[in-house]
Design a protein around this ligand. Structure first.
Ligand code: PAF
Length: 513
């Protein structure tokens, strides 16, 4: 094959890989694979290439994740073709250890006396875990070893293995492994069949029969779009569609939460519809994410991290509602002032908000028309008087509770971006995308100093940084709505990134949902 890319380096032991790793500068993206690379892997590698200075692909058919009865011995191995594909895609290094090099026995099911990583039972006793006992222990153990050896900043996993992805994400969260897991969309052949190394076990007629899996999932998705929300109806549709191919033996079809893998009865949020089936001796899996509404993006983070600029731009680019929560607090403050209610009369304010009618209508320019009890107050809420009183009003429990309900009501329709300090933790805990947008205090002080000097002010950089550290402390320890990062939020540290790069990164997360 003709390619202008340099040959990827090949490392076969943790020692050599680590020695090379220590000399690399910039972010490292890891694509863990078992080889026999296909278009699905290529899409992971391409994304890793676009997002990192260095890309490592690991190729290791992991004996720990195969039962003795499974296809470990016949798993396709095509190293030369894999190496060429890696070269074409600009991979820097391939890590291809033997089981011995990783301290493992070379046969499936024979490794017992070693430390392993055990994922929670609630995530392994469903879906593939039911019939592949021990499989996910093997996956998490090997993935942990790979993370420890390669020490990547990011690791790329396909959504086809949705259970593996959810389990690896949980592991990284639970064990505080410093790596960002990047999920990538399923890649399908023109027929709809998801790419898989195991497809090559299929004869041509079986390959055609296998397309029924995706058709069944699509049929269920169409029902959901048409308004069906019932678990049983959705699952029955998939089952009866699969039953049209008599050779197909459906192992399971399940409807679960894509993060926790807990079963979902009534479809009122994003749900993973996943299945596994056997065609002859070949086991195939596939899935689809069912959505009842467009996603919610919750952006939290400390002051001065650029949240509002980023949030507005994302809403604008995606055509989503920018939920201006600050404007909502201002609207209530305006009402308190307009009615002559004392700012510290919490009981009177509570009554006022309980009876008020607040409306926010998004505009095409990303702005919002704010109406309170029928009066348009879009500009009236921006006066210095409202600004001076808003934090007093916003600190009151009744006000916060009322506005949280309003914000959640907007969330019911989906298709919104909200920024704040507790959007991902309290207001929209089931938001599809949670970002914790931050930058080091030094970087935020530098940005603030630039703004202030552009306005002609003298600046004391050290003081600005000290103020920012103090404000962060206050924000994260205050009693009401403290700043906190949701467990499942992606932390984006924006030092050295342009605003455009930050926006592009967040949009790329949305595009891979
Ligand atoms: O998805 C795979 O190919 C494997 O399960 C992985 C993640 C490389 C671990 O062996």
């Amino acid at each position: 094959m003709l390619t202008s890319q340099p040959l990827p380096l090949i490392w076969e032991t943790p020692t050599t890989l680590r020695a090379w790793r220590r000399q690399q500068a910039g972010s490292i993206g890891l694509v863990p694979t078992m080889g026999n690379l296909h278009a699905g892997h290529a899409s992971l590698i391409e994304r890793a290439r676009a997002e990192n200075a260095i890309v490592v692909v690991s190729i290791f058919v992991n004996p720990l994740q195969f039962a003795p009865t499974e296809d470990f011995d016949r798993y396709p191995q095509t190293f030369e073709a894999d190496r060429e594909l890696c070269q074409t895609l600009g991979v820097d290094a391939i890590f291809v250890p033997t089981p011995q090099a990783l301290g493992l026995a070379a046969r499936a099911g024979s490794d017992h006396d070693r430390t392993g990583v055990i994922p929670p039972e609630s995530m392994t006793n469903v879906m593939c875990g039911r019939s592949r006992s021990g499989h996910f222990d093997g996956v998490t153990t090997i993935v942990t070893k790979l993370f420890n050896i390669v020490q990547p900043d990011r690791a790329y996993f396909g959504r086809k293995d949705a259970q593996q992805l959810a389990i690896v994400q949980a592991m990284v969260r639970d064990l505080d492994i410093p790596v960002e897991i990047c999920p990538c969309p399923i890649v399908r052949e023109a027929s709809g069949l998801a790419y898989s190394s195991r497809n090559q076990y299929l004869s041509q007629p079986k390959r055609e029969q296998a397309t029924v899996l995706f058709q069944a999932l699509q049929q269920a998705a169409a029902m959901v779009t048409a308004g069906d929300r019932d678990r049983r109806t959705i699952l029955d549709t998939v089952r009866s569609h699969c039953a049209t191919v008599t050779e197909l033996d459906l192992d399971y079809v399940e409807l679960v939460d894509p993060v926790s893998l807990a079963p979902i009865e009534q479809l009122d949020r994003r749900a993973l519809l996943a299945l596994a089936a056997r065609l002859g001796t070949t086991r195939l899996i596939d899935n689809i994410v069912l959505q009842t509404r467009p996603p919610i993006i919750a952006i939290d983070g400390p002051a001065g991290a650029g949240k509002s600029t980023v949030t507005r731009a994302i809403a604008d680019r995606l055509g989503f509602l920018y939920l201006d929560t600050g404007a909502m607090y201002r609207a209530v403050t305006w009402l308190v002032m307009e009615t002559g209610t004392a700012l510290d009369d919490e009981a009177a304010i509570a009554e006022l908000v309980a009876a008020c009618d607040l409306d926010m209508q998004p505009q095409s320019d990303g702005g919002c028309v704010v109406t309170m009890n029928g009066t348009e107050i879009t500009t009236a809420i921006r006066t210095p008087e409202v600004t001076a009183n808003v934090s007093t009003v916003a600190a009151q429990k009744a006000v916060r509770e009322f506005l949280m309900k309003q914000q959640q009501a907007f969330g019911d329709r989906g298709g919104l971006v909200a920024e704040g300090r507790d959007m991902g933790t309290c207001v929209f805990p089931s938001a599809e995308i949670k970002i914790f947008l931050t930058a080091t205090p030094a970087e935020r002080a530098r940005r603030r100093a630039c703004d202030l000097s552009a306005q002609g002010y003298e600046v004391d950089l050290a003081q600005l940084e000290a103020d920012i550290i103090e404000r962060d402390h206050q924000d994260s320890t205050r009693e009401i709505a403290p700043l906190s990062k949701a467990d499942d939020a992606i932390e984006l540290v924006t030092d050295g990134m342009t605003i455009e790069a930050v926006i592009d990164r967040i949009i790329s997360y949305v595009n891979t949902l």
